[in-house]
Design a protein around this ligand. Structure first.
Ligand SMILES: C[S@@+](CC[C@H](N)C(=O)[O-])C[C@H]1O[C@@H](n2cnc3c(N)ncnc32)[C@H](O)[C@@H]1O
Length: 211
């Protein structure tokens, strides 16, 4: 049973990173149309918000893999002017839009359904955020993707990556996550690196392209 479970978890992870867009979308839509992700509905005390408030400087945010609209609705409204969330799952976005309307933020928040590997922004941002979504970028595509999105950062704009770096049960550092973070640290100018002493060892990395 344990081996079957491990094999299924591996297959899911593989498809969510390397699968064609249609398959990834179908898998995420299935997960978000059920209860699986309801546990992330309230993340108002998350460590990423202080970093976002500081670096958005009241400006424009692009959130890649935005999910059901946590950042769009939990970040202080005064911390930004516009927010654009991109996600592959229409079910997740439907929730994000519903919450946005309920919170009266429809004039600030907008959403686009797309695979962030192929999405092309049409304007520039102060912050480009990957919050718990960097896991789903294949290691070999990380640099290509960040170089593409670098063109859509305003001068002084930053990327912010928020990730759980450790196993929730054992506390062991996840090597695949560490490898991606090490790559980014070696190729970009690191502005801030914050590690939080909480279950799953969340980390927030703020960086920008070198001059
Ligand atoms: C763990 S959830 C995090 C959601 C949100 N960022 C948060 O922290 O509350 C990962 C999100 O990334 C999205 N995602 C994964 N791969 C994607 C891709 N290739 N393009 C766009 N969105 C993607 C999923 O649909 C999901 O909403």
């Amino acid at each position: 049973m344990y081996i079957v479970q491990r094999a299924l978890t591996f297959a899911r992870g593989f498809l969510l990173s390397y699968g064609p867009t249609k398959i990834k979308k179908a898998l995420w839509d299935k997960e978000f149309s059920g209860n699986k992700w309801n546990f992330i509905d309230d993340t108002a005390s998350d460590c990423v918000y202080a970093h976002l408030e500081k670096h958005a400087r009241g400006g424009d945010i692009l959130d890649l893999g935005c999910g059901p609209g946590n950042t769009a609705n939990e970040l202080a409204e005064s911390a930004y002017t516009t927010y654009l969330g991109v996600d592959i799952s229409e079910s997740a976005l439907a929730k994000g839009m519903r919450r946005t309307n309920e919170n009266g933020r429809a004039d600030k928040n907008s959403f686009v359904c797309s695979d962030f590997l192929s999405y092309m922004p049409t304007r520039k941002f102060d912050v480009i955020l990957f919050r718990e979504s960097m896991y789903h970028i294949p290691y070999g595509s990380v640099m290509e993707l960040l170089n593409k999105y670098s063109k859509y950062l305003k001068s002084n704009g930053v990327f912010i990556v928020r990730l759980y770096t450790g196993d929730f049960q054992t506390g062991e550092i996840k090597l695949r996550v560490k490898k991606k973070m090490d790559l980014i640290k070696s190729k970009f100018d690191v502005v801030e690196l914050s590690k939080y002493d909480k279950p799953g060892s969340p980390m927030v990395l703020v960086f920008r392209p070198g001059q």
